[in-house]
Design a protein around this ligand. Structure first.
Ligand code: MN3
Length: 240
């Protein structure tokens, strides 16, 4: 009897342990990721949980996109800049032509994804307000026209890249598209300005859920866009 009880206790202990381990290894999609520091530099922290943009951006895509792709760009960027004078990433982009390709790819990858994640909103999109709404109407005629221009730029980008809404030096909004991890801040890009909206059209941004249907992904991207945040970026860009 005593032996049976001891065996039972040991069995329960093992079961609890196995359960704890499997929970430890499984990603917790309900939580925001914890702080990550690499070589003394803090990684951008996602402001919402991996499942917060469901069903438009699925939790598995968010996990891989943020925790694998974005983190890899960040770590390679930190590695590439080791021992070099440290610049704000915006300032680095402005003279990226002076740096090797690996700095451009990874600083761009790191910067572009921060903007992309920052301007998405759990619970669904709001609408442009205030100065941004007025500027959109003046430049594009309507909000729908702006969305169409960005969607067209994103759909027609061949291969990997990004579609952007940016503010030019004279304070005007413009839509553009860049390849790979380039962005409108970089001195190697034709249409230059300060970006306030980033749409990632690399396959890793949508393939798990949408496969080859990039268009469907773009349509659903609009459903989680935080125009309040884009509006704040717009006003900040105007002050530059
Ligand atoms: Mn990406």
């Amino acid at each position: 009897m005593k032996n049976k009880i001891i065996t039972l206790i040991i069995a329960i202990f093992f079961l609890i342990n196995i359960n704890a381990n499997s929970q430890g290894n499984a990603p917790d999609y309900n939580k925001k990721p914890t702080e990550f520091i690499y070589k003394g530099v803090s990684f951008y922290q996602l402001p919402y949980a991996f499942n917060a943009l469901e069903p438009n951006i699925d939790k598995e895509t968010m996990l891989f996109h943020y925790d694998r792709h974005h983190k890899a760009y960040f770590m390679k960027y930190v590695d590439a800049m080791e021992g070099k004078p440290q610049l704000k990433i915006e300032d680095l982009c402005k003279k990226i032509s002076q740096y090797p390709e690996t700095v451009k790819n990874n600083a761009g990858g790191y910067f572009n994804h921060i903007l992309y994640f920052q301007i998405m909103l759990p619970g669904g999109s709001n609408l442009p307000k205030g100065k941004l709404a007025i500027a959109i109407d003046q430049k594009f005629g309507s909000f729908e026209n702006l969305k169409k221009q960005i969607s067209d730029a994103a759909t027609s980008r061949f291969g990997s890249g990004w579609a952007w809404l940016s503010v030019s030096e004279n304070g005007e909004l413009f839509v553009s598209s860049t390849s790979n991890q380039e962005n409108p801040m970089m001195d190697v890009v034709k249409d230059r300005g300060t970006s306030i909206l980033a749409l990632d059209v690399w396959e890793h941004a949508y393939y798990l859920k949408y496969q080859n249907k990039r268009k469907d992904y773009i349509e659903n991207y609009w459903k989680v866009l935080n125009w309040d945040e884009v509006g704040k970026m717009f006003e900040k860009a105007l002050k530059k």
